[in-house]
Design a protein around this ligand. Structure first.
Ligand code: FAD
Length: 472
């Protein structure tokens, strides 16, 4: 019989729960095969994260091919695709997969389980994407946490799952020698491969993910605590895209960070990094408990807040033309690279929701279009945090001052200058508030074309306090 592993957003062949389990269960007379399902909806839209995901998929398929581990692409509605798979295979032993706890993935898993039951096919689902799932970290009374600090205290005490080793030669031996032919799946795979731009080739896949991780552990983690808030420094891991596509396992990341601790005199970098990994679990847990939070404020007091509708200002924010240099540099980083530094995600989200008083959902959607690491749970969590509408959010009256953030976290304006070319010759003393320069100075420094602030900081602040205060 054939043991089938269904790959989704876990595109790797190392430290993979479903694959390890299938491989271990595969006896001498059994064989092993992978599948990847392409839903027609997936091929309808194409954003930068699709581009990145397809590049990862390509790296994954190529790697599997090299190991002679066959991956069959299925195409069509879920049930029909698996019906076809069943018809093609002589005998399916079990289908293994790593499950999702929320959102589209959860609905898909439920539909699949229903199909498997009626088709009388055994399934095995695993917790793989997080160190701790949404129901693992509970208070004494078995309810879930709403605030990060106590959650983290508990999270830290729990035993962490260890990486699972997969023997590549055994994978090769057990693999089905010839995968069945499936034209619709092959055509769909070809179609999505034609869509991708090739821009992310050097930044995708399991091999690349491991290199990033290794270099972060070797060179950066030690100073992570000190450097991680400064966007001009490569002080963070840049692993989010690999965690999102599953090119990297979170267990491997955790273990390598912990092992590094033993070699360091000062392990505060490791400790702070691990705390960030816990935020990822925390927001997943929050999304599981508040599945409507993708479109609804978690704090009900702020539902129906009087958001402003201002297409022009929203557009200026998206394009990085607000006249606030740090905000603009950040948005241009997002538009150009598909990634934005965490400190800046907080700054621009606060700017949109407080200074412009524009609905956080519009910001959340724009990030979904532009981020290659887009993760609904972390993004919704981050946006609701910034908009003061989440469980553990910044209080509404603590409004980020974009100028102050700029002075603190980009003191020499190096990050600003690297993205806002109009400001490249502006001296440091004027870089955070170039609108204070005289017309002559603007000419002299070549920044006359840089837009003046689209909104005044003090009055925007007052307006936000009033709008949120009305609902409080
Ligand atoms: P590092 O600082 O090296 O952190 C290591 C890992 O920890 C990250 O890769 C990520 O998996 C996790 N992590 C770190 N900070 C957070 C956090 N605040 N919340 C959840 N996980 C975290 N992260 C995403 O992966 N996808 C998103 O769509 C996303 N949207 C965000 C939107 C807003 C408004 C905000 C404020 C934050 C968002 N984040 C999101 C969290 C965070 O900004 C990114 O995970 C981080 O910048 C990725 O860069 P890195 O891998 O170098 O992070």
């Amino acid at each position: 019989a054939v043991h089938i592993v269904w790959f989704r957003r876990d595109l790797r062949l190392q430290d993979h729960q479903a694959l390890a389990s299938a491989e271990a269960a595969c006896s001498q007379n059994d064989t092993l095969m992978g599948v990847f399902h392409i839903h027609p909806k997936l091929t309808e839209s194409f954003t930068v994260r699709h581009d990145y995901f397809y590049e990862t998929l390509k790296a994954f398929m190529d790697h599997a091919n090299k190991l002679s581990f066959p991956i069959l692409c299925l195409y069509g509605e879920l049930e029909a695709s698996f019906d076809e798979l069943k018809a093609k295979m002589d005998s399916i032993h079990t289908i293994y997969y790593n499950r999702d706890e929320v959102g589209f993935g959860k609905k898909r898993d439920e539909a699949f389980e229903k199909w498997a039951k009626s088709a009388q096919i055994k399934t095995k689902a695993f917790m793989d994407h997080h160190l701790h799932g949404a129901h693992d970290v509970l208070k004494e009374d078995d309810t879930h946490y709403k605030v990060f600090s106590p959650y983290y205290k508990k999270w830290r005490q729990l035993h962490k799952p260890e990486p699972v080793c997969i023997d590549e030669s055994s994978l090769r031996q057990k693999s089905l020698s010839k995968k069945p032919k499936h034209e619709a799946g092959e055509d769909a795979y070809k179609r999505i491969m034609q869509q991708k731009t090739g821009k992310w080739k050097q930044e995708a896949g399991e091999q690349c993910a491991r290199e990033y991780l290794q270099s972060f552990i070797d060179d950066t983690i030690e100073s992570y605590k000190k450097d991680r808030d400064y966007p001009e420094i490569e002080g963070t891991s840049r692993l989010s895209k690999f965690l999102r596509t599953g090119a990297l396992s979170i267990r491997t990341v955790y273990q390598m960070a912990e092992e590094k601790r033993e070699q360091l005199k000062d392990d505060s970098g490791v400790e702070t990094f691990i705390q960030e990994l816990a935020w990822r679990d925390f927001y997943n847990m929050i999304y599981v408990h508040y599945p409507k939070s993708d479109n609804l404020e978690i704090k009900s007091t702020y539902q129906g807040l009087d958001w402003r509708s201002d297409e022009e200002q929203l557009q200026a924010w998206k394009e990085g033309k607000t006249g606030y240099p740090l905000v603009d540099a950040a948005m241009r980083q997002l538009n150009e690279t598909g990634w934005m530094h965490n400190r800046l995600r907080m700054v621009v989200a606060s700017f949109l929701t407080k200074h412009l008083l524009i609905d956080w959902r519009l910001g959340e959607r724009y990030f979904a279009e532009r981020l290659i690491d887009y993760d609904p749970a972390s993004n919704i969590g981050g946006w609701q945090w910034a908009a003061s509408t989440g469980t553990d959010a910044v209080p509404y009256f603590r409004i980020f001052n974009p100028y102050r953030q700029s002075e603190r976290f980009d003191p020499y304006g190096r990050f600003i200058r690297s993205y806002v070319k109009e400001l490249k010759d502006v001296p440091t003393k004027a870089i955070h508030m170039p609108h204070d320069l005289s017309e002559e100075e603007r000419e002299e420094y070549g920044c006359a074309a840089y837009v003046k602030p689209i909104i005044d900081h003090q009055s925007a602040r007052k307006r936000a306090l009033q709008a949120f205060g009305n609902n409080d």
